[in-house]
Design a protein around this ligand. Structure first.
Ligand SMILES: O=P(O)(O)O[C@@H]1C[C@H](O)[C@@H](CO)O1
Ligand SMILES: Nc1nc2[nH]cnc2c(=O)[nH]1
Length: 324
């Protein structure tokens, strides 16, 4: 007697029939299954409870409810030295908090007071070019929100695209071009949690106009008018600086300065209702005739400009805190 299964499966016709049946069964099963929602990396990687657990750990550790958040660029990490009664919280101690593997990134939060206001500062941030999802780059913003932060200041190192800019200039950001978003990549894509915000968000006033104006006034009053600019920022996903051709494209798009972070953080902050003030320190000049794009000015000059940035942050916090 012939075995039904193995002998039948040896005939090509029987095998084709078997495959057809199998495909039809799979299709019927897929049809019967409820439609799956594609989960956004943000909600997949860090849901509301995960973010709450991170915020609770921070609040329990520092026993301060911060009103101001500051995300320090790698070049502006000295900002945290201004914080009084600082409590250092390494990223690795916070459950699920991302940790940058890059040498020289400090990977800690510093919580304390500055100009009489409570602050939480990130010394070192998470970059997409390190291989992280945008959800990981931006989860610290949601954590700040759940810690009680109302105002958040983002800073970054940047390369000049605007030919009128020089190394050491401080550009207050008035707008951005979200190149990642235009390519379909955003921490807000997919299912949202309404406790953080709605499915879509207007980006009007994302760079809070009032804070921008106050920042400009303060910068001028501190005597920095010569190096203060306001402009449009863009973030690229690569750790390589721009080629000459890329610089030209960015310039045509209306970008004044370009960096490797910040834009997606601002989107998440604005989406969840934080008031945003952002600026970049120009550390690499645009292309000159014979200029190497990676030329960075002498240390002492940059240190002076880092001091200017720190002063700007401190004074703006003071003014907001005291309703000035
Ligand atoms: O923290 P930011 O975005 O300022 O850091 C940038 C990106 C690189 O780590 C570095 C390049 O200069 O600065
Ligand atoms: N993309 C980019 N990021 C920077 N970060 C600091 N300088 C630069 C720059 O010139 N280009």
């Amino acid at each position: 007697m012939k075995c039904q299964q193995c002998c039948a499966s040896k005939s090509p016709l029987a095998r084709r029939l078997q495959l057809k049946k199998q495909k039809e069964a799979e299709e019927a099963e897929a049809k019967a299954r409820p439609k799956q929602i594609v989960v956004t990396p943000q909600s997949l990687l860090y849901n509301y409870d995960d973010v709450s657990a991170m915020a609770e750990y921070i609040l329990r550790t520092c026993r301060i409810r911060p009103k101001f958040g500051v995300v320090c660029s790698t070049v502006l990490s000295s900002m945290v030295n201004m914080i009084e009664n600082p409590v250092d919280i390494p990223f690795r101690d916070i459950p699920q908090f991302p940790v940058s593997p890059v040498d020289g990134h400090d990977n800690k939060l510093v919580v304390g007071t500055l100009m009489g206001a409570t602050v939480i500062a990130m010394q070192g941030r998470i970059h997409a070019y390190e291989g992280f999802e945008l959800a990981s780059c931006t989860v610290p913003v949601h954590v700040m929100k759940l810690c009680g932060v109302k105002y958040v200041f983002f800073t970054s190192a940047a390369g000049a695209v605007n030919p009128g800019y020089a190394v050491g200039d401080i550009m207050l950001i008035k707008d951005h071009i979200n190149l990642f978003g235009m390519m379909g990549s955003s921490p807000l894509i997919g299912r949202h949690d309404s406790r953080f915000g709605g499915p879509c968000v207007s980006m009007v006033n994302a760079y809070d106009n009032y804070l921008l104006e106050r920042g400009m006034e303060i910068g001028k009053s501190l005597g920095y008018q010569e190096c203060l600019r306001t402009g449009v920022f863009a973030c690229l996903g690569s750790p390589s600086y721009e080629t000459e051709a890329e610089q030209k494209i960015l310039s045509l798009l209306g970008v004044d300065a370009v960096g490797m972070s910040l834009v997606h953080e601002v989107i998440v902050a604005h989406h969840c209702g934080l008031r945003v003030f952002s600026f970049v320190l120009i550390t690499v000049s645009g292309f000159g005739e014979d200029e190497d794009p990676a030329v960075v000015n002498p240390e002492s000059f940059l240190r002076q400009q880092q001091y200017a940035c720190n002063e700007l942050i401190a004074r703006l916090i003071y003014d907001i805190q005291n309703d000035l």
